[in-house]
Design a protein. Structure first.
Length: 364
């Protein structure tokens, strides 16, 4: 009952447009599992490739691979709101800033726009390659996707008209806009054939694009294998990347200077900055996700889990959504540091503050 009341209260707290109290212990975070749901129903292999929490923190969407489908969940209790089976594996998903739509990319060479509430397919357009990464700009004006042919593709976020492309090499696995949407981080694979043997050597790349001019302005060194995930901190000062060389790296966004390097025993599939910028979270093949404190580069917390494919925080940082590769699970965690030690009446005061700013009386 206590967890249910706490989660319900947290979901009524402000997400955007209001000052945020610190949500983590500045030294050591804690997480509490809220719910786990099966999101890939394949009888053999299962994998949830991507998952996102809506900007208002009320729903989540998952994209699965082996039993390909899109599923939308209510965050408060993990209830399935709707699902759509697909013809091919769905690799990536991203919400529009208003949360009313989201976009998916799949191995059937389609980009699809969905109505979050109804499940209606709003628009689809065909591309010339499978898509491994997709994102929506913070101002809503652009959708960007990374293709297996090495193209970064752009579309208008309202009309969905094409807005150009830029080839950056080989497969693009992950993309992330800066808050002002003028820069776009991209990461993926490189393939270099040996001139004598013809054997292809795999590597990785992390690059920063100038969005208005559609050009590469910076590369970040260090990756020796495929890079699976790239993220920019909310203050726009740092870029994190990680992949199959078992290493997560944090660079200064503007100078390219390496700030941190975190080595793990197995491949890393997913990373995320906490929204307050205090920690970097990594997940992958070692059946746990890990919090690194960025102030001093220390590993401070590990949470056992299935192999992790994707990590996403709610906008206020109070919730962490994880997608898992070998189990087909989608999991929600509550970031509860400090929350259990608030003075009497804290939650009631926060709820009143929120209700004063948003009219939710009709939802009671």
């Amino acid at each position: 009952m206590l967890l249910a009341r706490t989660l319900t209260t947290l979901l009524l707290l402000p997400v955007a447009g209001m000052a945020q109290e610190p949500i983590f212990n500045p030294n050591v975070p804690e997480v509490f599992p809220v719910w786990h749901r099966v999101a890939d129903f394949s009888p053999a292999l299962r994998s949830v490739e991507s998952a996102r929490i809506s900007p208002d923190g009320r729903v989540a969407v998952s994209a699965s691979k082996f039993g390909p489908r899109i599923m939308v969940w209510r965050v408060a209790d993990g209830a399935l709101l709707w699902e759509k089976e697909q013809n091919a594996e769905v690799e990536c998903v991203a919400f529009a800033p208003d949360g009313k739509r989201f976009v998916t990319g799949d191995e059937d060479f389609f980009v699809k726009i969905w109505d979050t509430q109804t499940g209606r397919e709003v628009k689809r357009f065909e591309v010339d390659s499978g898509l491994d990464g997709i994102t929506w700009s913070h101002d809503g004006t652009l959708i960007a996707a990374g293709s297996e042919k090495g193209d970064v593709l752009f579309w208008d976020g309202t009309t969905y008209a094409p807005r150009g492309r830029l080839n950056v090499g080989s497969t693009v696995n992950s993309l992330d806009f800066t808050r002002d949407d003028r820069r776009l981080a991209v990461a993926g694979n490189t393939q270099t054939p040996d001139p004598q043997t013809g054997i292809v050597k795999w590597g990785g790349f992390v690059r920063l694009l100038d969005v208005p001019n559609r050009r590469v302005v910076r590369s970040y060194e260090g990756a020796t294998e495929s890079v699976k995930s790239v993220r920019i901190s909310s203050d726009g000062t740092r870029i994190a990347s990680a992949g199959f060389d078992n290493t997560a790296r944090v660079h200064d966004l503007e100078t390219g200077r390496l700030l941190h390097s975190f080595k793990e025993p197995l491949k890393i599939e997913a990373i995320a900055f906490t929204p307050d910028g205090n920690f970097l979270v990594t997940g992958g093949h070692q059946r746990k996700f890990t919090f690194y404190r960025l102030r001093d580069g220390q590993k401070v917390f590990e949470q056992p889990s299935p192999r992790t494919e994707y990590l996403d925080f709610s906008a206020d940082g109070r919730l962490l959504l994880t997608a898992h590769e070998d189990s087909g699970l989608l999991s929600l965690y509550l970031m509860q540091s400090n929350l259990g030690h608030q003075p009497p009446g804290f939650y009631q005061q926060m709820e009143k503050k929120y209700l004063k700013n948003r009219d939710l009386k009709s939802e009671k």
